[in-house]
Ligand binder design. Sequence first.
Ligand SMILES: [Cu+2]
Length: 67
Amino acid sequence: MNQTFQVQGMTCGHCERAVTQAVKQVDPQAQVRIDRAQGRVDVLSAAPRAALARAIADEGYAVGAAA
Ligand SMILES: [Cu+2]
């Protein structure tokens, strides 16, 4: 299932890796696609949306609903 998150505060490749790692800690099988300019993170995963959002937020990024 594809899940889209709006994530604020990603400014560089390091941020993309941090977000990707956070998602993969919840679901190692997850596929993550990030559009940094749009602040958009697409996650292909069956993990609960709330768990993915919390993991990203725990890295220090503001997570909003998908636009
Ligand atoms: Cu960064």
